[in-house]
Design a protein around this ligand. Structure first.
Ligand SMILES: Cc1cc2nc3c(=O)[nH]c(=O)nc-3n(C[C@H](O)[C@H](O)[C@H](O)COP(=O)(O)O)c2cc1C
Length: 442
């Protein structure tokens, strides 16, 4: 009862905040006085894994583990992008096999409403494993990756991941990494501390053809397999979406975001994973972190709670809408990764690997990327946006993808696996991570 009265009382203030929107935070902060200073403090524990990786130090690792090359490389690989930052990975370090890591999925960390066949979760594993490969190559350690060593149910057959390993990764310290492979990997890995999924509006400034080609070239240059790589990976070409359809892609991406927000089960899956404010984020460094100074301040002022976020009619939800609307509107370009529409896990892993290289190549070039996946999701309500996005992108970009996918030339279907905003964006703080030790199994 008290709370309801409090809410009533807050309503006009909420409306003012909504009007101020994301850009109005500074005025609110000025009015917030001491509270603002506190709210400005970012999460601390949640970003320690970034420091650990940058220092290659033993943060959060017992002495024995810190000496293990596999663990040091994995401590960097966990900085990979992954859906809703669920970090679903489990690393088994088999006794007596010091060069082997078996990578599996924590099946409780999947996203069954928005990702009913675990396609996006598998793409996230592709990102992780590719980053592991690159950080190893950058240190001159050869790698071989055996994806899906025991098989895995396909997406198209309606399958989901199970307890079998997603991949086995073997490091070969005695193996040879060519200078060219090492240099290409280093170019990308050097940008790892700066990589982000930049969930912010981008500059209006258009991307030049030179900038876009530099990113695509850097990414492609690190895909080589000599000296260690993926066994039998399918092609997963990347391309920039043709400028002529960018406005249409923006419109469909927004429509898809609204469909997800208006599908209660999908919406609530995200709400349950929201961590609001520094204390929650440090305690649960995963999921959707609402931790910027402005959102933290709204939370501290009692204007942004989980109850508000779960209410489709609340001002907090309306503010979220405003934030995403602005973000999608301020997107000068999109990158995409496609594969053959074979419903295979190997294609999804390859798409993740391709996205990882694009993400790092963008960071290395001072540019920003941000996946926007709603229109690529498979839950039934999304079908119209899914079709519209495929038709729009493939009509304009299909030929570019097909050139790199000779196996699906002609009218055979292509599957868009990743779509991401691409442009000049602000440099934002890193997203939270659990320490690598949280995922280790011996
Ligand atoms: C397959 C995949 C799909 C994703 N889809 C979205 C998306 O639709 N919207 C979004 O804001 N971020 C999306 N992301 C980005 C993740 O939310 C992000 O990687 C995660 O929160 C960790 O943040 P970081 O990438 O900045 O480290 C996606 C990432 C992956 C790998």
């Amino acid at each position: 009862m008290m709370r309801r009265n409090g809410d009533e009382h807050m309503k006009p203030a909420r409306r003012r905040l909504l009007k101020l929107g994301v850009g109005g935070g500074v005025g609110v902060l000025a009015a917030g006085g001491l509270l603002a200073v506190d709210a400005l403090r970012p999460p601390r524990l949640a970003v320690r894994p970034w420091q650990a990786a940058a220092d290659d130090g033993p943060v959060d690792l017992a002495a024995g583990l810190a000496a293990d090359l596999r663990v040091r490389l994995l401590a960097r690989a966990i900085l990979a992008p992954n859906p809703h930052n669920r970090q679903p990975w489990l690393f088994t370090l088999p006794a007596g096999q010091p060069d082997l890591v078996a990578i599996g999925c924590d099946l409780d960390k999947r996203l069954p409403e928005t990702d009913p066949f675990d396609r996006q979760i598998t793409i996230g594993f592709g990102c992780l494993i590719e980053l592991l490969r690159l950080v190893a190559l950058a240190q001159g350690v050869a790698v071989s990756i055996q994806p899906l060593p025991e098989g895995m149910p396909d997406t198209r057959a309606g399958g989901r991941l199970d307890a079998r390993p997603v991949a086995l990764v073997r490091f070969d310290r005695a193996g040879t990494v060519s200078d060219a492979d090492r240099a290409a990997a280093l170019r990308l890995v050097d940008a790892l501390p700066d990589r982000r999924s930049t969930k912010e509006p981008f500059d209006d400034r258009a991307l030049t053809g030179t900038e876009a080609s530099a990113v695509l070239g850097l990414a492609a240059g690190a895909a080589g397999t000599a000296g260690g790589g993926w066994a039998g990976a399918p092609a997963a070409p990347a391309a920039m979406i043709a400028p002529a359809v960018v406005a249409a892609v923006r419109a469909i991406a927004w429509q898809a975001w609204v469909i997800e927000a208006e599908t209660p089960a999908a919406f609530m899956e995200s709400v349950r994973l929201m961590r609001i404010g520094r204390a929650e984020i440090d305690a649960n460094p995963d999921g959707i972190a609402l931790g910027g100074p402005k959102l933290q301040l709204l939370h501290r002022l009692g204007l942004l709670s989980r109850t508000d976020l779960a209410d489709p009619d609340s001002d907090a939800t309306a503010l979220g809408r405003q934030i995403y609307d602005r973000m999608i509107a301020q997107t000068p370009a999109f990158l995409a990764v496609a594969t053959a529409d074979d419903g295979g896990r190997a294609s999804e892993l390859a798409a993740g690997a391709a996205w990882m290289r694009l993400d790092l190549a963008a960071a290395a070039s001072g540019l920003a990327v941000h996946p926007v996946s709603q229109a690529l999701q498979e839950f039934p309500e999304m079908a119209p946006a899914f079709q519209a996005m495929h038709q729009t992108v493939m009509a304009a970009g299909g030929p570019a993808f097909r050139q790199s996918l000779p196996a699906v030339a002609g009218d055979a279907n292509l599957r868009l696996q990743m779509l991401g905003r691409f442009g000049h964006g602000p440099h934002i703080p890193p997203s939270p991570r659990h320490p690598v030790s949280a995922a280790l199994r011996t």
